[in-house]
Design a protein around this ligand. Structure first.
Ligand code: FMN
Length: 193
């Protein structure tokens, strides 16, 4: 597999290679210590001014009512499979810097970094994640009392999957030369050969 394959990751750390977004989760509960590690990983992402704008609203199946509240925010298509996960949540990021109240245009970047950490730590813990844009962010704000100063991010599911039963469909990515340039916009960087 070439390091620029468009179907499978290669030449990367196995945590990155093993991460994917499943739709079939096992009923098996996730140990609290593993969930702690997953959210601890998010907390340690780098952030602009060390603002740490990311927040996660979560419910596990141990909190049946909370789990149903988050599940109910998802579009029906996502509900059909996400109900199988052990933890559901959604993210938010603070729109302004706390030290001066100025808009923080890096908050979406920092939420993405935190969530990527979360997803990779999940793999390290033997878990998987699946992020979802298909949910009602307006209702999430109202029903969970999210302050105006926080932008709602993505919903997500966390749980165990049956590694043996998994049959991921074909995965694809843009080529590296479409995403990573030298100093001429649109032209592949020199290190790509
Ligand atoms: C912000 C975001 C929103 C997404 N929304 C949905 C969604 O609503 N439903 C869904 O089934 N998958 C959703 N996905 C999963 C993507 O389709 C998936 O990550 C992409 O196809 C790449 O596949 P992979 O994660 O297995 O590598 C979303 C992913 C992200 C990061």
């Amino acid at each position: 597999m070439s390091p620029t394959s468009n179907s499978e990751p290669s030449g990367v750390h196995e945590l990155i290679a093993k991460r994917w977004s499943p739709r079939e989760f096992l009923a098996k509960p996730v140990e609290p210590a593993k969930l702690l590690s997953v959210f601890e990983a998010a907390r340690w992402a780098s952030t602009c001014f060390n603002e740490q704008p990311s927040r996660y609203v979560t419910a596990t199946k141990d909190d049946a009512a909370g789990f149903q509240r988050i599940l109910g925010l998802l579009v029906e298509q996502n509900q059909t499979w996400a109900r199988g996960a052990f933890l559901l949540g959604f993210s938010a990021s603070k729109r302004t810097f706390t030290h001066n109240g100025a808009p923080n245009r890096f908050a979406p970047h920092d939420l993405g970094s935190a969530s990527a950490n979360l997803a990779l730590e999940a793999v390290a813990q033997g878990l998987h994640t699946h992020f979802m844009g298909g949910f009602d962010a307006v209702r999430a704000r109202a029903e969970f009392g999210i302050p105006d100063d926080f932008e709602i991010g993505a919903a997500f599911a966390v749980g165990y999957i049956d590694e043996a039963a998994v049959k991921p469909g074909a995965r694809s990515r843009k080529s590296l030369s479409e995403t990573t340039f030298g100093t001429d916009w649109g032209k592949a960087a020199g290190f790509m050969g």
